[in-house]
Write a protein that binds this ligand. Structure first.
Ligand code: HEC
Ligand code: HEC
Length: 295
């Protein structure tokens, strides 16, 4: 994939983040409802100063070197960006509509008014500076004074804090009794998840001890903990458990080392999993039952 560096074209009149944050906090603490026009995250500034960061060519490949977009376009990570378009001349870009979709996704990964608590900012920042413990994509920012990090921080800090509903809770019992049945269910022509996901870092369907054909409570807890890494509560399309085995034409990830279990998000089983990810407890439809209509 070719990547371009898109320098931002005009200097930004950026208010000092600390000042803005302090004012915003003050306003919320004193309960001043004079904040009639709350300052939302700015799309314009996002498009001009933040989105280009995802495209920057850092002169290498792999973690810590590749442009963010190499791993983050159409992949089911929480930072799920749109696929890039290409001009006749081979220059890559996002249309305004693409950028709006990206903006929606990115907005969910930041805490307006609070850069330090924003997932977008913590992920690629080194741990001693307050970064997240792990990023499969590596660390890109050695310090908070990195100009790119600063640009993101300024953008986030300029917005007023908003109250967000807490993400939904995933129903463990449903996972134990239903989602795990999907892990061992074989669709014609396919291999079961458990066949490949019994061990290793992606071992969310651990080996079932001999003499049993299903996991017990404790083993289910273990599977749940690993599965949890691939689920973004409230966001089915940001959850790799649902996008990895989904056909790319239906919005699935580019690549899965295993089969595509669902051709479409209309598949009753996919719909059921999506409901679970949204915090619901749907009726269990797995495999053949999904075709036959469940009972
Ligand atoms: C080599 C591939 C790769 C590159 C390059 C990469 N990432 Fe990631 N990123 C991932 C993967 C895989 C995940 C999901 C697993 C994880 O959380 O580490 C992820 C997760 C994330 C998340 C989700 C955070 C969360 O709380 O769940 C954010 C935000 C993110 N990356 C930001 C970035 C930014 C910003 C860049 C570029 C500066 C970048 N990534 C570059 C692979 C990559
Ligand atoms: C034939 C083997 C095979 C089968 C069957 C299989 N997978 Fe995978 N899966 C892989 C391999 C290999 C990877 C690692 C490479 C990749 O990301 O695709 C993987 C990765 C994943 C990931 C993690 C992606 C990441 O970013 O680390 C998820 C989630 C996943 N598979 C879900 C499933 C589900 C759900 C099923 C059953 C419906 C399934 N897989 C069936 C081989 C398989």
């Amino acid at each position: 994939m070719s990547c371009v560096r898109r320098p931002s074209r005009r200097p930004l009149g950026v208010p000092r983040p600390s000042t803005v944050l302090a004012l915003a906090l003050l306003a919320s603490v004193s309960g001043t409802s004079g904040v009639a026009g709350q300052e939302p995250l700015s799309f314009e500034r996002y498009r001009e100063a933040i989105e280009p960061i995802f495209l920057v060519d850092r002169g290498g490949w792999g973690p810590g070197r590749a442009p963010c977009v190499t791993c983050h376009a159409e992949q089911g990570t929480p930072l799920r960006l749109q696929r890039l378009r290409e001009t006749a001349g081979g220059e890559v870009y996002w249309s305004e509509e693409d950028s709006r979709r990206n903006f929606e996704v990115v907005s969910r990964l930041v805490t307006p008014g609070d850069p330090d608590r924003s997932r977008l900012l913590r992920k690629a920042l080194v741990v001693p500076e307050g970064g997240a413990a792990l990023h499969v994509g590596g660390k890109f920012f050695e310090s908070k004074s990195d100009p790119e990090w600063q640009a993101m921080a300024d953008w986030v800090a300029a917005a007023d804090p908003v109250e967000r509903p807490a993400p939904p809770r995933l129903d463990f019992d449903f996972f134990r009794d239903c989602v795990q049945r999907m892990y061992v269910d074989k669709r014609p022509g396919d291999v079961e998840c458990i066949h490949c996901h019994e061990t290793g870092v992606r071992g969310f369907a651990r080996h079932i001890p001999d003499g049993r054909d299903f996991w017990n409570q404790e083993e289910s807890r273990g599977n749940f903990a690993i599965t949890r890494r691939y689920v973004e509560p409230g966001e089915p399309m940001m959850s790799r458990l649902l996008t990895h085995p989904l056909a790319p034409a239906a919005g699935g990830d580019y690549f899965h080392g295993g089969p595509r279990r669902w051709d479409s998000t209309d598949d009753p089983e996919w719909q059921m999993l999506a409901a679970w990810v949204r915090g619901e407890t749907p009726e269990c439809v797995v495999g053949a039952e999904a075709d036959a209509g469940s009972g």
